[in-house]
Design a protein around this ligand. Structure first.
Ligand SMILES: NC(=O)c1ccc[n+]([C@@H]2O[C@H](COP(=O)([O-])OP(=O)(O)OC[C@H]3O[C@@H](n4cnc5c(N)ncnc54)[C@H](OP(=O)(O)O)[C@@H]3O)[C@@H](O)[C@H]2O)c1
Length: 262
């Protein structure tokens, strides 16, 4: 019998992360659950152990703290049972750019980008060495939409998409699977935490539907999974346009329109 890989999930105390934990436990995977709220993690872990007969470990960590991140990095480097990283922990932005304090900016960018990148970087060499392993990064459709007025949050999510595409390019030849999951508005606590009443939003996906769709994409080994995107060809067109633009970047000379007029 082959042993299923252990799944390491950040932000597992609520919302999307907690739902990933439930789904992977149901599939028979052991879990490592990470977040700050140990009480909530312990409660979830106990339930998942009883319901699914899997091993669930809880690690309390604040991913904005470099010392906490170091402990997790060591674990990801050394524990060969961990074969799937769900890089999910994240916060949203309350207010526009003019409302942000330096502390809030730093917290948002550190959690949504630095922590996610450091954890991926910790586990990637072991995955590449063994020729197997999966990294799932939770982005957002806000990363496509400066028009939403969540500039810093959206920028962190654009980073997540780019990083995932880059990691896929670098690591898939070495047998490592990388998936970017891009939800739109989903019913979780992220809204309340950012001071927004989720019930005021015109359209919201339930978290179970979002995660089940993301897992279908995972099983199909999709690079980019956008559960709320109904016309898949839209993504193909966007990515095709990007590649077309790249093919027209010729760096020896400035484009005609930027040359001095005689
Ligand atoms: N819900 C949406 O509409 C939506 C849409 C697009 C993308 N997303 C993305 O989905 C991901 C999950 O969010 P969610 O919607 O499930 O929100 P959520 O219910 O608020 O969950 C966020 C998780 O991150 C953890 N977390 C927050 N700050 C942390 C820190 N400093 N250190 C460690 N863990 C921390 C929280 O746990 P503790 O408080 O216990 O630490 C919680 O488990 C995020 O990356 C978010 O950007 C969500």
């Amino acid at each position: 019998m082959t042993t299923l890989p252990t799944v390491f999930i950040t932000g597992a105390s609520s919302g999307i992360g907690a739902t990933y934990a439930e789904r992977f436990a149901r599939r028979g995977h052991d879990l490592v659950l990470v977040a700050r709220d140990k009480l909530r993690l312990d409660k979830l872990a106990e339930r998942l152990r009883v319901e699914n007969n899997v091993a669930v470990e809880v690690v309390q960590a604040d991913l904005t703290q470099s010392t906490d991140l170091s402990v997790l990095e060591t674990r990801l480097r050394d524990d060969a049972r961990i074969g799937i990283l769900i890089n999910n922990a994240g916060i949203a932005q309350a207010g526009g750019f003019l409302d942000q304090s330096p502390e809030a900016i730093e917290r948002l960018i550190t959690l949504n980008t630095t922590a996610l990148t450091r954890l991926a970087a910790a586990i990637a060499p072991r995955f590449a060495q063994s020729g197997t392993g999966s990294i799932v990064n939770i982005g957002s459709v806000v990363g496509f939409a400066p028009e939403f007025g969540m500039s810093i949050y959206g920028a962190t999510k654009a980073f997540v998409l780019f990083l995932s595409q880059g990691l896929n390019f670098e690591l898939s030849p070495k047998g490592v699977y990388v998936q970017a999951v891009l939800p739109a508005a989903t019913r979780t606590e992220i809204w309340e935490r950012a001071g927004i009443d989720v019930n005021t939003l015109p359209e919201v996906m339930e978290v179970a539907e979002l995660v089940d769709a993301a897992l279908l994409g995972f099983d199909r080994r999709e690079l980019v999974t956008i559960p709320p995107l109904h016309v898949a060809e839209r993504w193909d067109a966007l990515d095709g346009a990007r590649q077309g633009l790249l093919s027209d970047i010729r760096q020896t000379h400035a484009a005609e329109r930027y040359r001095p007029q005689a």
